[in-house]
Design a protein around this ligand. Structure first.
Ligand code: UTP
Length: 289
């Protein structure tokens, strides 16, 4: 089993980040000096992915433009001797083979993934949610790909969350296989504490086998009236082996304001251009609070 393709669903309406996301896709909001989606594409590439499909919608063409060449801008940067900026602008366009498909109606994450059926064909593929940035020594998608290849299985990335927080995620039923890797036999979406299987929540990264497409075709609208990926995964894990990887790394949900601000502060503190200044700024502010 070799994972060469990835799908990035990025067609959500971003209602938790309004009004900013009314016209700017949340995936294009700047995380210090790069849009959120660039970090996600970089993770896919660093995990050995060659072809990437972004699922977009009619309001998100800024993403296709960003990963394209921009001759007028590049000529101007070249003439001005701005070599660093020129290299950065070019590098974004040359990151990977990027393809696009539109989700014509916003019918949920499961429906967005189903739109990738023709692109994926008959091979396993990774899924990286377009608003979840991961920071890890070994890219999180790579951790999942390795486990999926080792067990010839699909894989979901999980971490433990509090019982109070589990109702925001999907909870998985697990049995230990080895350190950090578990067999998955069931799951449920946004459970109440008394319904949860475990504190392990699925967090934004998956490796799926193509059987998921036939399953998603049959899935009925679930939580929130949307076609839920979890409802498809619940069936997939009963038909074919699935593992949960308790991945090493920190996840930032940039699709809500608090998560976005946490990520911005952490990334800006670590950025050589902004880190030392921001640290002083925060210290001065904190002293006056
Ligand atoms: P989210 O629920 O986090 O995104 O979906 P959203 O729907 O944009 O968020 P809010 O609640 O309105 O703020 C998880 C991922 O699935 C994608 C989103 O773009 C995000 O990457 N998604 C969701 C789709 O591609 N299509 C959909 O119909 C729904």
């Amino acid at each position: 089993m070799k994972v060469r393709k990835a799908v990035i669903p990025a067609a959500g309406l971003g209602t938790r980040m309004l009004p900013a996301t009314k016209t700017v896709p949340k995936e294009m909001l700047p995380m210090v000096d790069k849009p959120v989606i660039q970090y996600i594409i970089e993770e896919a590439v660093a995990s050995g992915i060659e072809d990437i499909l972004i699922v977009t919608n009619r309001a998100k063409s800024a993403m296709d433009d960003y990963f394209d060449y921009y001759p007028e801008l590049e000529t101007r940067l070249n003439q001005a001797g701005k070599d660093k900026e020129l290299a950065e602008v070019r590098q974004a366009a040359d990151l990977a083979n990027i393809f696009y498909v539109r989700q014509k109606e916003t019918k949920g994450l499961g429906h967005a993934i189903w739109r990738a059926k023709r692109f994926v064909g008959d091979e396993p593929f990774a899924v990286l949610l377009g608003d979840d940035i991961m920071r890890a020594e070994k890219p999180v998608t790579k951790q999942l790909v390795e486990a999926a290849e080792k067990y010839d299985a699909s894989a979901v990335g999980v971490q433990k969350v509090s019982t109070q927080a589990i109702s925001r995620y999907s909870s998985v039923k697990v049995d230990a296989l080895e350190e950090r890797i578990y067999a998955v036999s069931d799951m449920n979406e946004k459970p109440k504490p008394e319904e949860m299987f475990s504190n392990f929540a699925i967090l934004g990264r998956y490796v799926l086998t193509p059987e998921i497409f036939d399953i998603l075709e049959q899935v009925k609208p679930g939580y929130g009236g949307e076609i839920q990926l979890t409802d498809g995964l619940k069936e997939l894990c009963q038909k074919r082996r699935m593992v949960a990887v308790d991945f090493e790394g920190r996840r930032y949900d940039t699709g809500n304001l608090n998560g976005f601000l946490e990520a911005t502060i952490d990334f800006a503190l670590d950025h050589p251009g902004t880190g030392p200044w921001l640290k002083r700024f925060i210290q001065e502010k904190a002293a006056r609070m």
